[in-house]
Design a binder for this molecule. Structure first.
Ligand code: SAH
Length: 476
């Protein structure tokens, strides 16, 4: 039977895709249904018919999956953030572990490795230290400030989000009132007119310190002094108020220029027992407690003895490399964003670390230069953005012959692809560790240890202590 739009069919959900849709089959055709769980039996209305698959929405739950749980969020259905909020955290972890293992096996062709069970986030809610709220004109003359709806640029109004510190919503409401009072218009994407584009907030551990960044189309915030007095008067945790100027017609949130209106230029946080200063334009892990688990895993995989030269590629504000600096001979960090490199250097000084240096460059270019200079790293850490590494970078790393490469990735599909490229050049994925840093969402981190394949007579570059972990030899 050919499915048509508006048909209503009965489906059992058998799997969850990595964008968070449940999938069931009707007459062999895959039907993707958001907000569902493995084991659900549902009546589903078909809303879109494509060549070999369809999309549907739930009409009625006939028999709920045992994984289901109460989402406890008023905007869960509209908001594009928490696609997995309707299932238990245990079930979510199992699904994410499955995605990582599957990508490693299917895309990475990783057949034999220690596949460790996923590490959960220490916090399931309130774990985020960063939020970027889009702003638009509301129908009533006020401002709409909130989050983008699923797959759209429509704003779901309201700053309250269970993933963030509750004070963020209060700050957003105060800014909304100030904008109303002083007639600060929202930026309008279509016409390019208006001023306020985004409200960008960052917090330190337990939201003790907060940075407020207003992303504007132009350089001036009218009534800036009144904003500063109102915000700092009401929220003593605010240590810094910054304007980011983004004049471009683009959906990239931040412009390249920042100007501090009041207070500090950076936000301070502690991570892995060290102090870090972070500029508005620098990357910083959004889940501080989760990041500590991630970095500890990376350090364990790096197998450090104290004698190593460690290359930390895509180093951001230097956090991974600096947290490992006490355990190695030398750290060389590479990062493309100048403010982040400045932060990294400052962070080394702040923590009394003198065996780390940082280069501002593209990772592949810097690796090539370092190789030409004769630098021989023992361990290379790579923590690229979602698109993964360039093949040129992988070639250069392999040509440097490090003992170990530790890959940290927020996208297990590109990580797996990159593992396959390393495999072609004599490296083998030996340990795979999923780490959840983003409960309720579809995101998950992966750490992979790549070691040199053993040549005859050569000792393995693998650390030996793998006891206590589950070894999963994946089925073919
Ligand atoms: N390791 C850091 C940052 C990881 S995010 C941490 O854990 O905090 C990835 C970083 O790669 C970002 O800081 C981004 O600015 C940087 N980056 C993106 N493309 C790059 C490139 N081609 N070369 C070097 N760094 C790059």
């Amino acid at each position: 039977m050919e499915l048509q739009k508006n048909d209503v069919v009965t489906l059992s959900i058998a799997d969850i895709t990595n964008d968070g849709n449940g999938v069931g089959r009707f007459d062999g055709i895959a039907v993707f249904v958001p907000g569902t769980a493995v084991g659900d039996v549902l009546r589903v209305r078909i809303v879109k018919v494509c060549k070999n698959y369809c999309y549907g929405i739930v009409e009625e739950i006939l028999s709920p999956s045992p994984d289901r749980t109460e989402p406890h969020c008023p905007v869960y259905r509209q908001c594009g953030g928490c696609s997995l909020r309707h299932i238990s955290y245990e079930a979510e972890l199992a699904i994410k572990q499955g995605w990582v293992y599957e990508n490693m096996r299917r895309i990475g062709k990783v057949e034999q490795a220690v596949f460790a069970p996923i590490l959960p986030s220490p916090k399931e809610e309130g774990y985020r230290n960063k939020a970027q709220y889009p702003v638009a004109a509301g129908e009533d003359g006020g401002l709409k400030i909130g989050f983008f709806a699923r797959r759209s640029h429509r704003i779901v109004d309201g700053g309250a989000c269970a993933l963030q510190p509750p004070v963020f919503a209060e700050i957003v409401e105060t800014i909304r009132q100030l904008c109303q009072l002083y007639h600060i218009p929202a930026y309008d994407e279509a016409s390019g007119k208006g001023l306020l584009r985004h409200i960008y907030l960052r917090s330190s551990q337990n939201a003790e310190k907060i940075m407020v960044c207003l992303v504007l189309k132009g350089p001036q915030l009218p009534h800036a002094q009144a904003f500063v007095e109102a915000l700092t008067g009401k929220f003593p945790q605010i240590r810094s108020i910054v304007i980011n100027i983004n004049p471009r017609s683009t959906n990239v949130i931040l412009g390249r220029e920042c100007r501090t209106l009041w207070g500090e230029d950076t936000i301070q946080d502690t991570l892995c027992g060290m102090e870090f200063s972070i500029s508005p334009l620098s990357f910083y892990q959004v889940n501080r407690e989760g990041a500590q688990v991630l970095y500890e895993t990376a350090r364990d995989f790096a197998g450090l003895q104290g004698t190593e030269v460690l290359l930390d590629l895509y180093c951001g504000a230097g956090t991974i490399g600096l947290s490992m600096a006490p355990y190695v001979k030398e750290v060389i960090g590479v990062e493309i964003i100048p403010d982040a490199v400045e932060d990294a250097r400052k962070n080394a000084r702040k923590n009394g670390i003198s065996n780390a240096r940082f280069l501002c460059a593209d990772a592949a270019e810097a690796a090539r230069t370092l190789r030409e200079e004769g630098i021989v790293p023992d361990v290379v850490i790579i923590d690229p953005p979602r698109k993964g590494c360039s093949s040129g970078l992988i070639d250069t790393i392999c040509a440097m012959h490090p003992q170990r490469v530790v890959m940290v990735s927020c996208n297990s599909a590109t990580a797996a692809r990159d593992c396959a490229l390393f495999e072609q050049q004599g490296y083998q994925a030996m340990r795979v560790q999923p780490v959840d840093m983003f409960p309720r969402t579809t995101h998950v981190e992966t750490v992979v240890l790549l070691g040199r394949k053993e040549a005859d007579g050569e000792e393995s570059s693998l650390p030996h202590e793998t006891a206590g972990e589950t070894v999963v030899h994946l089925p073919r």
